[in-house]
Structure formats: structure tokens, C-alpha cells
Design a protein around this ligand. Structure first.
Ligand SMILES: O=C(O)CCC(=O)C(=O)O
Ligand SMILES: [Fe+2]
Length: 282
């Protein structure tokens, strides 16, 4: 466990040239491009934007969601089970190595798009999130594509039992799949329902390295927590309506929800492209 009390801005160098840790979590009520740039460049572990969605918007989505059946990630692969609405590229990794997504992805995408687009009292919460991110970024934010076809984005996910230590990096997981290669991948989660205790995301200052694939370091779809022992850790808590952004290529874990409340997010990845635009997908 990292219990360091070192200030992220403190010079930690034991030699003449200065070194700064720069792995804090910033709460930003009025976010701008620079905050996202700091996360993307590794100068911040995460940012939390309080109430990107209003409580009323979250409640309306949660009410409609109660009427929608949820699927889950492949339960052979992802345990404990994570209920979700909408396909993730991750669901099709094994089948997308050829640079295409299978027909079943597109079918699932079309169905889920219909459900998601009515979640906010008949309105679609995704374009609302995208326009709010666009305001922060100051450049277009649009959906990512594969062979010219728009990908699904805006998965609704309920992680009550936690998620194992893992990273998300589409260019490492399915090289060449996206039409436009992102230079950096951020995880976006807006919290539609938040637990009173537990459910924090922990982000580690640690990217994938090849020795992580040794069998003793793997834990089914995730990785053994011993690989991040000694790495700086940032704890990301969120309340209803808050949006969190972190570099998903850093290892992260979601701790179990220890309350009776639900932990529901609308989630997608954001790719920062060379043109300065952001593309999103789930
Ligand atoms: O729910 C969260 O806080 C993070 C989940 C996650 O693993 C991700 O968004 O990549
Ligand atoms: Fe993740």
C-alpha cells in the first residue's frame, strides 16, 4: 500500500537534476483543455469534475435504467461479474485481430444505441456528455470508427464487486483496429449512482511491461496486485454526477462497493488524436 505523504510537486531527486512525482488527483470545478492535457501527459493521475451531470439528470437516467435489461462482460473471462448495457471492443478482442469487428458487435451496438439514446427521459445522455467534454477540450469530440463505421460509446456499467487490476490500451490490445490511432487513451466515467463507501478507482503510476505477462503475474483477465507494489497510487472517489478522467494505460483497479447503494457509470474511452480531436468508444 502506498502511504506516501510526499507532495507531488516536491523535488524528489537524490542527485543534482530534479525529479517530480506529479501523480495527484485534482478536483476541477471549471476544467479546461490544460487539465485534460495534464492527465494525458502524465503530470496528473486523474481529474474529477464535480457534477458534470446534474443530480436530476442522473436520477432520470437511473429511473429509466430500472426498466432496461443489462447484459454483462463475458462471464468466462470477467469475474466477478460486471453488469453492463452496450458492447465493449474488449468483448470482441479475440475476434477482432483481423482488424474488423464481427457482425455480432454491430448488432449489439445497434440495439444498445437504441436503449441508451432514450435513457434521459427519452433523450440521449451521450451527446450531452460529449458536448460538455467538447467545451472543456475546445476541439471537436466525436465517435471513433472502424473501417468508416461509427463505434458504440457510452456503456452503462454497474461495478459493485470491483474490477481486477488491469489497463486499457486499444492500440496494444487490437493494433490497427481504430481508423485513427490515438496518441493517448483516457478513461471517462460519469457516476450516475455512487456508493457511500467503497467503489474507489485506484490508479497506479505504472504502464504495462512485457514481464507482466509471466503466468505468475496474471489473474484471469487482470494482473496480480504485486506488480504495482511500490508504485505511486492515486485514489479516485466520485459522488453522483461527478466525472473522472484518467490515463487508462496506467494500471487501475476498482475496489468493491461496501455500501447498499449502487455504483453505476456511463463510461467510454477518449482517444487524443494527432489532429487535436478526441474520439470516443466503449
Ligand atoms: O469505474 C471506474 O471508476 C473505472 C473503470 C475502468 O476500469 C475504466 O473505466 O477503464
Ligand atoms: Fe479499465
Amino acid at each position: 500500500m502506498s502511504t506516501t505523504s510526499i507532495s507531488h510537486e516536491q523535488n524528489l531527486a537524490s542527485q543534482a537534476s530534479p525529479v517530480y512525482q506529479l501523480f495527484g488527483v485534482a478536483d476541477v470545478a471549471e476544467p479546461g483543455r490544460d487539465h485534460l492535457a495534464q492527465v494525458a501527459s502524465g503530470a496528473l493521475a486523474a481529474i474529477r469534475v464535480p457534477e458534470l451531470f446534474t443530480h436530476e439528470e442522473c436520477e432520470r437516467i437511473m429511473t429509466t435504467l430500472a426498466t432496461c435489461p443489462m447484459g454483462s462482460y463475458d462471464e468466462q473471462r470477467v469475474q466477478p461479474r460486471v453488469p453492463k448495457l452496450g458492447p465493449a471492443i474488449y468483448d470482441y478482442y479475440g475476434e477482432s485481430a483481423s482488424g474488423e469487428l464481427p457482425v455480432s458487435y454491430w448488432e449489439h451496438a445497434t440495439q444498445s444505441e437504441e436503449t441508451r439514446s432514450g435513457l434521459l427521459g427519452g433523450e440521449d445522455p451521450l451527446p450531452i456528455a460529449l458536448s460538455r467534454i467538447e467545451r472543456i477540450w475546445g476541439n471537436p469530440v466525436r465517435r471513433a470508427a472502424v473501417a468508416g463505421r461509427t463505434l458504440f460509446a457510452g456503456m452503462i456499467r454497474e461495478i459493485n464487486l470491483g474490477m481486477k487490476l488491469h489497463f486499457d490500451d486499444v492500440i496494444r490490445e487490437v493494433p490497427g483496429l481504430l481508423d485513427e490511432m490515438p496518441m493517448c487513451q483516457l478513461a471517462f466515467n460519469v457516476h450516475l449512482a455512487a456508493p457511500r463507501s467503497g467503489g474507489e478507482a485506484n490508479v497506479y503510476q505504472r504502464r504495462w511491461r512485457v514481464t507482466d505477462e509471466l503466468p505468475e503475474n496474471r489473474d484471469t483477465y487482470g494482473y496480480d496486485e504485486k506488480i504495482v507494489l511500490g508504485d505511486a497510487r492515486a485514489v479516485v472517489r466520485a459522488e453522483v454526477g461527478d466525472a473522472t478522467f484518467f490515463d487508462s494505460r496506467n494500471y487501475h483497479i476498482v475496489r468493491p462497493n461496501t455500501s447498499d447503494d449502487r455504483r453505476v457509470t456511463m463510461s467510454f474511452f477518449m482517444g487524443l488524436t494527432a489532429s487535436g480531436e478526441i474520439t470516443v468508444w466503449s
